[in-house]
Design a protein around this ligand. Structure first.
Ligand SMILES: Nc1ncnc2c1ncn2[C@@H]1O[C@H](COP(=O)(O)OP(=O)(O)O)[C@@H](O)[C@H]1O
Ligand SMILES: [Mg+2]
Length: 347
């Protein structure tokens, strides 16, 4: 079958999703909000890899945790396709699922986080780690065969079953995490910085393994990374996040060849091997605080150009480098269509 006819189906739609964490003073009164996620809309296409890129603290993990309902969103919704609900749920809105339906939804999403050591219980044997989801969901029939086949899938084998996580290298541990994530035959894998803790050579092996598994099981990937070269290699489409918002979204090739938002341009210009993007753009200042003060005077103070930014502007002036002051990125413009399925928050 031709690939186009199988895909082009939306498996999950995220609509205006917000997660605001309250900041309290010592008396327990709310004084500010951390807008970790601030109105995110995304459509995830079935069988493809959707990338989410952005600096540390921009809300990537919160997006995933909210999607998995590990945290309750402040507002917004997640709409599931028939591929997930199989028409057996009473509702296709994630927030309206019964606890039984939520369990079934979670079975369909495997999760791989950055730190494989943290994800693996050091006192459990590999066979128990990989079979744990099967046991929890009562699928214990032929469990030994299933574990062996899961390990084979990720390039490990029967000989690894009776070992502990510390006996493995970082890359092998991530393979174990991937084997476990696939235990319940999920449709979607959420990969949150899956290779960030690994050496570059090992990174490539894990990325290739993920590509092979995607083909074999027609998986949909939601792939989070702060590393643009990894994102370019892995993703069909991607969203660039900044302070809880998507500032640009497009197919990978389009985004890399024709970036529109100043933040995307700056990210690309900071990546060593993108000569094709010749403009040199520097981002000045630290990542601004995602805190929004409820007190208006404090809120205004927080968006002024800082002394440090003034100094940085002085040092690069006249050196042929364009610059972006962080606080200027805080201006919120609506997402505008700037090309074929290419959106950016630009004037
Ligand atoms: N449970 C929480 N309580 C308060 N603030 C949080 C919580 N979780 C995340 N945050 C804040 O939300 C913002 C986004 O965090 P996160 O989603 O972890 O970003 P990323 O994964 O992109 O590094 C950060 O400013 C972080 O400090
Ligand atoms: Mg994170």
């Amino acid at each position: 079958m031709n690939k186009e006819s199988v895909n082009n189906q939306i498996i999950i739609s995220i609509k205006n999703l917000c997660k605001h964490f309250p900041v309290k003073n010592v008396w327990g009164t709310d004084v500010a909000l951390v807008k970790a996620l601030d109105g995110v809309d995304l459509e995830i296409e079935s069988g493809k890899t959707f990338g989410i890129v952005g600096e540390s603290g921009c809300g990537k993990t919160t997006l995933m945790r909210t999607l998995l309902r590990l945290v309750e969103p402040t507002s917004g919704s997640v709409v599931l396709s028939e591929e997930i609900t199989k028409n057996q749920f009473l509702s296709n809105s994630l927030e309206e699922l019964t606890s039984e339906e939520l369990r079934s939804f979670r079975r369909q999403i495997g999760v791989v986080f950055q730190d494989p050591m943290g994800a693996l219980n050091p006192r459990m044997l590999i066979k128990d780690i990989v079979s744990e989801p099967l046991v929890i969901h009562g699928k214990t029939k032929e469990i030994r065969e299933k574990v062996i086949s899961l390990l084979n899938n990720v390039g490990l084998g029967e000989e690894h079953m009776y070992r502990y996580p510390h006996e493995f290298s970082g890359g092998q541990r991530q393979r174990i995490v991937i084997a476990r994530a696939l235990a319940l035959d999920p449709k979607i894998l959420v990969l949150d910085e899956p290779t960030s803790a690994l050496d570059v050579s090992v990174q490539a092996q894990i990325l290739n393994l993920l590509n092979d598994l995607q083909k074999k099981y027609e998986l949909t990937y939601i792939f989070i990374s702060h590393d643009l070269s990894v994102i370019e290699y892995m993703c069909d489409r991607l969203a660039v996040m900044y302070l809880g918002k998507v500032v640009e979204e497009a197919d990978t090739e389009e985004l890399f060849s024709n970036p529109q938002h100043p933040y995307t341009k700056a990210l690309l210009s900071a990546t060593p091997n993108f000569e094709k993007h010749k403009e040199k753009i520097m981002i000045l200042g630290d990542v601004p605080s995602p805190i929004t003060y409820l007190d208006q005077t404090k809120a205004e103070l927080a968006t002024e150009i800082t002394e440090q930014e003034r100094l940085e502007i002085k040092t690069i002036e006249g050196k042929g480098i364009d610059y972006i002051v962080r606080s200027s990125l805080n201006e919120v413009l609506p997402l505008k269509e700037v090309g074929t399925s290419h959106y950016a928050r630009v004037k």
